[in-house]
Ligand binder design. Sequence first.
Ligand SMILES: Cc1cc2nc3c(=O)[nH]c(=O)nc-3n(C[C@H](O)[C@H](O)[C@H](O)COP(=O)(O)OP(=O)(O)OC[C@H]3O[C@@H](n4cnc5c(N)ncnc54)[C@H](O)[C@@H]3O)c2cc1C
Length: 293
Amino acid sequence: MGEYTFLSLETAMVEGARYSATMDLHSVDTYRRPKNLQELGDWQPTWAWLAGGTWLFTEPQSQVQTLVDMQELGWDELTVTPTGLTIGATCPMQRLISDRVPEPWIAMQALQRGVQELASFKVQTLATVAGNLCLALPAGTFAPVMVLLDAEYELWTPAGAMRRVPAQQFQTGARQTILQPGEVLRSMHIPAQSMTWATSYHRFCSASAGLAIALVTAAYDPVAQRVRFCIGASVGRPYLVQAEGIPTTAQLADLLDAQIPASAYLDDTLASAAYRRHLTQVLMARSLSDLPC
Ligand SMILES: Cc1cc2nc3c(=O)[nH]c(=O)nc-3n(C[C@H](O)[C@H](O)[C@H](O)COP(=O)(O)OP(=O)(O)OC[C@H]3O[C@@H](n4cnc5c(N)ncnc54)[C@H](O)[C@@H]3O)c2cc1C
């Protein structure tokens, strides 16, 4: 992130520019804050959903002329029901730490680690869980946890049509999702059963405030007596790696190579594909020793 864009973000946060008519996005001339989707009318290609704004305000968005702020839509729920945990589109990340959930839902710790591993207090307070998922960074902090826990996403079009998709199908690559123009990630639902799994979360960066180059989340399901991993950051999208039972450390390399092709690893200035593959296996071994199995 360059100095100019960092200052733009700071200004946006400090002055609450999310709600202001002036902003650093030079192509934007219209700001809308609907109370419901009916107010919006037909979605235009130059519109963008605005959630926490922590990424939107950090880069020029030359194709965007209208920001559609989601804050008044009333989608900020974090709901506990017998079927599981539902996280609304504008729920800030911080609530995953501050809100209480049933004690047996120990998988909450993986979501909380996702928040704690992410940048500053300011970003955590403004940024939304859904905004992070829609941004679809390979190093995204929540996507591997959602896939690990078999989450399901609810997507809405501005015209009101709804579809549900497994988290595993949502992110298709680096900065790529299945969202169609105007479609919004309305909420994420994690089944109650997955919330009882023991989890582990490991993230490796080559610089203290940098993007992760490998991220491994793991879960142990005590009923099925099975371990699964979800891999992020070293690859362009989250990959689920599942074991038949409880693998040994010696079996991890075969498990990994059987379920993630060598061509899936990112190879860039941050790290080579071989290094990312190696780190992934190391983090899987650490995860295995964390889990109570
Ligand atoms: C200093 C800094 C460090 C960071 N470090 C990390 C990191 O280590 N790991 C990491 O994962 N992230 C990192 N991020 C990115 C951060 O997580 C994102 O800025 C944040 O997740 C975006 O959430 P937001 O609610 O602010 O989204 P916004 O900035 O409002 O939106 C992000 C994008 O998603 C779209 N969008 C938002 N919500 C929805 C929705 N519900 N439906 C459809 N489209 C939507 C927007 O149109 C936009 O394209 C960092 C950001 C900053 C500023």
